[in-house]
Write a new protein. Structure first.
Length: 133
């Protein structure tokens, strides 16, 4: 049974910025800082979407860039669980096919991830204020 956290409630500033960047990315290349904000935001959506870190590693993103994005915004506590779950990339598509040992191990990593996610709202806000104001 996956440890299901309270979903992150982003501040309005973050939601507004992400919407704007989503629209603008169609017309221009985002800066590395802007891309980092999008990466973190979108990764949270994925890992809270029911398949957890398995969903992240099975998703069609540049995983290394995303992990670097967490590092860039200052969410360093989340980098370890992201890296520690990299083995999910080579697992079957369906999380239900994990062995009991794999599932237990992944759940442990996810607890660490979700505990660290509590700080993400403030970290993200601070990064936006420092980098994009």
């Amino acid at each position: 049974q996956m440890f299901a956290p309270e979903p992150i409630e982003w501040r309005d500033e973050v939601e507004t910025l992400v919407d704007r960047l989503e629209n603008e990315s169609a017309e221009r290349k985002l800066t590395r800082e802007e891309r980092a904000i999008m990466d973190v935001y979108e990764t949270v959506v994925v890992v809270q979407g029911g398949d957890g870190l398995h969903g992240f590693w099975q998703s069609d993103v540049n995983h290394q860039r995303v992990i670097n994005s967490f590092e860039l915004i200052g969410a360093t506590t989340l980098v370890d669980p992201l890296n520690a779950s990299r083995w999910c990339e080579t697992r079957p598509d369906d999380r239900n096919e994990y062995s009991e040992t794999e599932e237990e191990y992944l759940s442990t990593i996810e607890e660490e991830l979700f505990e660290g996610m509590d700080e993400l709202v403030d970290i993200m806000l601070a990064f936006i204020e420092d980098e994009l104001e």
